[in-house]
Ligand binder design. Sequence first.
Ligand SMILES: Nc1ncnc2c1ncn2[C@@H]1O[C@H](COP(=O)(O)OP(=O)(O)OP(=O)(O)O)[C@@H](O)[C@H]1O
Ligand SMILES: [Mg+2]
Length: 373
Amino acid sequence: MIRFEHVNKTYGSKTIFNDFNVELPKGKFIVLIGPSGCGKTTMLKMINRLIEPDNGAVYVDGKDISKVDSIQLRRSIGYVIQHIGLFPNMTIAQNISVVPKLLKFDKSRCEQIVHELLELVDMPYSEFAHKYPTQLSGGQQQRIGVLRALAASPPIVLMDEPFGALDPMTRMTLQDEVKSLQERLQKTIVFVTHDMDEALALGDIIVFMDSGKIVQMASPEEMLRNPANSMIREFMGKRSDDNESAPQSASDVMQRNVIKVFRNCGLSEAVNKMKHYNIDTLIVVNNDMTYAGTVSIKSIMHAKQTRGIESLIYNEHQVVYVDEDAQSCFDALLSSSESYLVVLNRNNNVAGILTRTSVAKALAQIVWRDDNG
Ligand SMILES: Nc1ncnc2c1ncn2[C@@H]1O[C@H](COP(=O)(O)OP(=O)(O)OP(=O)(O)O)[C@@H](O)[C@H]1O
Ligand SMILES: [Mg+2]
């Protein structure tokens, strides 16, 4: 567990944190999000003492970290920054084993770590271990940056907008990888992003910050359902002025966090996602993020091949567009044999899905708005 107690931090006359308190639970995927300059990076760096608070204290597992040797501390906390900073004159294997070597792990153990980690992200050792960073794509380098942070198996990993510079496809793949690594290894991950979709996809807990204060700390579902203020609502892409009127268009009544896979996704990956999210179909997207169709668990069970989902994509699922009239979309849903409709933006990217529950929620919000203020 990571705990900030009465933390103050100022730069010159500018107060960044004033009596800041928070408790981040152990073993969870925690996402920090908020406008630029609100203090996300500063908060992250106070956890590994790259920045020290002026007053107050930060505790990790009950220990005041100002009393722990900072070098020792940093070796026990993985850190991934946006511009990944692999050492250009070291091979991938050498990059990954930097911290294990500092910790004086022996050579065969370092080798084993490199093997295992590369396997985790589907980059074969024989092909990649002896390459140099410039011989890898941006996404591959970013993966290695993540692996390097995990190499000494630290219980805590801090990630500061690690995927900010990547194209959407690589980004989505790495999000999945990091999420599943976290689930398998039960690390505490503190992950900074600007992107609410990323926060919703990854976080067990989302911490929304503004001007050095926590505006809301909640599960993705709770934040979607009950955003604490209009800034959070805006981050979620909802119009901030739509809260008094009845739903107008599909975008007012749809569910936004849908589980997507790329069309070249493997069968087992698709099944794992369905299991994990407890759903029986997935939305499939093309490499340019446009909508391709859906894939169901049934079709996977009956598949006569074991390659990927490509040949199982169902492209006749009923579709509506975000700006279509809410009422007629709802009528279409009720008269449809499908349990949900796919909602697309006009550029054919997936905006969300329309389910009976999502419509009911949107309507309930209007009916009960007076009660929760
Ligand atoms: N070394 C410094 N000297 C002076 N001011 C600083 C310094 N580092 C950060 N700040 C200020 O502290 C505030 C918080 O910065 P921080 O980097 O934590 O923001 P952030 O939430 O990570 O923003 P972004 O989303 O843009 O990365 C900003 O107003 C920034 O200008
Ligand atoms: Mg920052």
